[in-house]
Design a protein around this ligand. Sequence first.
Ligand SMILES: [Zn+2]
Ligand SMILES: [Zn+2]
Length: 162
Amino acid sequence: MSEPMHCYRHPRRETRVSCATCGRPICTECMRQTEVGIKCPEDARLPRGARAGAMKPNQILKTLLAGVGIAAVGTFVVAYVLFALPFTLLISAAAGYGAGTLINRAGGRNGGPIAILVSVVATAVPFFVVLGPGVLEGVVNPIRLVAMVIAMIAAGVANRQL
Ligand SMILES: [Zn+2]
Ligand SMILES: [Zn+2]
């Protein structure tokens, strides 16, 4: 049995509960139930962005796996679908956003730097694979490069913190 502690906001109140983030004791009135345990009001109130990147290892793994999957599937999409259709830029934005959203969900919707990085890279890889040879020969259609940049931005935007 642990020693009774005193709420850091109400020093006279005894409690056995402490914040999952900062460890300070909090009374029942002050504690906030969150998806990751009981927290003090300050830590419970932190914006989502403040805990971004605090993905669990399995969420990071899923994010990376989703990224690899997106990159693989995306290569076919870019090679055989994207550039074959009209409105390439619009479709690029939608495809990039979709890819970013999938990766965001794979990571437990935490978003943050890892999800953004994986999304942007996973979206860029198919374009590099498809456009790379043309770029090296200097014969690539500029619209296709613009499409790549748009898709990368859209993938990053899909992981923004709301
Ligand atoms: Zn706290
Ligand atoms: Zn209190």
